[in-house]
Write a protein that binds this ligand. Structure first.
Ligand SMILES: Nc1ncnc2c1ncn2[C@@H]1O[C@H](COP(=O)(O)OP(=O)(O)OP(=O)(O)O)[C@@H](O)[C@H]1O
Ligand SMILES: [Mg+2]
Length: 429
């Protein structure tokens, strides 16, 4: 790889939040203020809002404009998680096709422009974070990376290096290391849970120090889904049974529809014509009046653009359960009124399957590093989902409190990507 002394942006393109820093003339430039309307101006929510095909808003402004425009138009969140889905090509806005690559490219271009405005220079090189695994399927994982490369090219970057996000978090931690230590990093974000086992020491970084990188595409959004799949989706026709004309078979609302309904990234796609028409058929042929009413609620949620707000309430309930034993979920939109109290215990029980898969990928990360739990000197946790008590508790059980540290939940990947840009300039990566 060529030595790289040109200015470089460091971009943490997250499923929920994105941050940008830079490495310019040998100087590390920490998180830039890219979202003037956010409470933390250095962190932009990964949101796009198109009131129509020719206009787009980003981050906090996407949200405020969406509300002030009476939720007309299209708001996209969690679109990073579509990257490995080969069947997901993109969307249509006002009869115009917007491919996923162009959607992400549009977002990256805005990050680039805002960072350039802050730095006062043009920057065509970037170090961009990537999860350990976009998907457990290696082909889909490769597809996701190819699409990110296209998106980065769309945004005008001519040279791009992708760095695994947990590795970046390790580079951040490395800045404070005095003696050699074997470290496990866990980065729990919105879309993915990522791990690395790495030898950290104060000498020059060498690729050989990285013993393994692994992870899985389950994190904060998957935990939000749990509130839908275990309880709330029943209010929207999840269990509906129906019988098609001239058939004796009693059918249940298909899993594929349910999966869309349950997931914050996928639910907006219920709007797509074929799916929407199919649900209408189910409504027509539903055997129970209560199912018809529930499907009507689903249509109301879609038609009145309440999906985003509903999932915001779910996310806020989940966050509140990180510090409260129970929390009341209250949604007051006329016709969609919902009032449910969720307990932390319920949340833990319902999350067992997701937790198991996340920790299986931790186990395989240690196994491929050929390291036992005892050999790890220190465990560092980062990312918003590291706030979830049962995640922290599981690490406590496996490693003990003494070996556990928490890094800045939202800035450590970015900080490490800036370090990576410095390593790139020295030809170390
Ligand atoms: N107090 C909290 N309790 C539980 N979850 C939280 C809390 N605070 C934030 N989160 C969750 O953290 C996630 C966002 O974290 P983060 O910003 O690290 O993700 P990201 O970097 O955008 O995603 P990724 O790295 O997976 O692409 C969201 O799912 C959010 O709901
Ligand atoms: Mg992240």
């Amino acid at each position: 790889m060529s030595l790289n002394s040109d200015p470089t942006l460091a971009i943490d393109f997250g499923t929920s939040n994105s941050l940008v820093g830079a490495f310019v003339n040998g100087e590390r430039i920490a998180a830039l203020e890219i979202d003037p309307f956010a409470s933390d101006k250095t962190m932009m929510r990964t949101l796009l809002y198109f009131p129509h095909a020719d206009l787009c808003y980003y981050g906090s402004e996407a949200l405020s404009k969406y509300i002030s425009e009476d939720m007309e138009g299209r708001l996209f969140r969690s679109f990073k998680s579509h990257l490995p889905t080969q069947s997901y090509l993109g969307t249509i806005i006002d009869n115009r096709i917007l491919t996923l690559e162009n959607m992400i490219g549009t977002f990256l271009l805005e990050l680039k422009k805002r960072a350039e405005a802050k730095l006062g220079i043009k920057v065509n090189k970037a170090v961009i974070g990537r999860p350990a695994k976009y998907s457990m399927d290696p082909v889909a994982d490769e597809v996701a990376l190819m699409r990110m490369k296209k998106a980065a090219a769309f945004a005008g970057f001519t040279e791009v290096e992708f760095i695994a996000e947990p590795l970046a978090a390790a580079f951040d931690y490395r800045k404070q290391i005095k003696d050699e230590k074997l470290i496990l990093i866990g980065d729990f974000g919105g879309g993915t849970s990522d791990f690395t086992v790495i030898k950290l020491h104060p000498n020059k970084f060498s690729k050989k120090d990285v013993l393994s990188i692994d992870g899985c595409p389950l994190a904060g959004d998957a935990l939000d889904s749990i509130f839908m799949s275990h309880k709330l989706n029943k209010n929207f026709g999840a269990g509906s049974v129906y019988r098609m004309p001239f058939s004796t078979n009693i059918l249940k609302m298909p899993q594929s529809i349910m999966q869309r309904l349950n997931h914050p990234a996928h639910i907006v796609h219920l709007k797509e014509k074929d799916t929407y028409e199919f649900i209408k058929e189910v409504r027509k042929c539903a055997l129970l009046d209560s199912d018809k009413d529930a499907i009507d609620k689903l249509f109301l949620m879609i038609e009145d653009q309440q999906i985003f707000s509903f999932f915001e309430k779910i996310e806020s309930t989940k966050k509140n359960l990180s510090s409260n034993a129970d929390f009341n979920f209250k949604f007051e939109y006329p016709g969609l009124e919902t009032n449910e109290t969720f307990s932390q215990k319920q949340f833990v029980d319902w999350s067992a399957g997701v937790k198991e898969k996340i920790f299986q990928s931790l186990d395989s990360c240690l196994a491929s590093a050929q390291v036992t739990y005892d050999q790890i000197d220190l465990v560092c946790l980062t990312g918003g989902t590291a706030h979830v008590p049962f995640i922290k508790k599981e690490f406590e059980n496996r490693f003990g409190l003494d070996r556990l540290q928490t890094q800045s939940h939202f800035h450590s990947v970015l900080s490490g990507l800036i370090e990576s840009a410095a390593f790139w300039s020295e030809g170390l990566i």
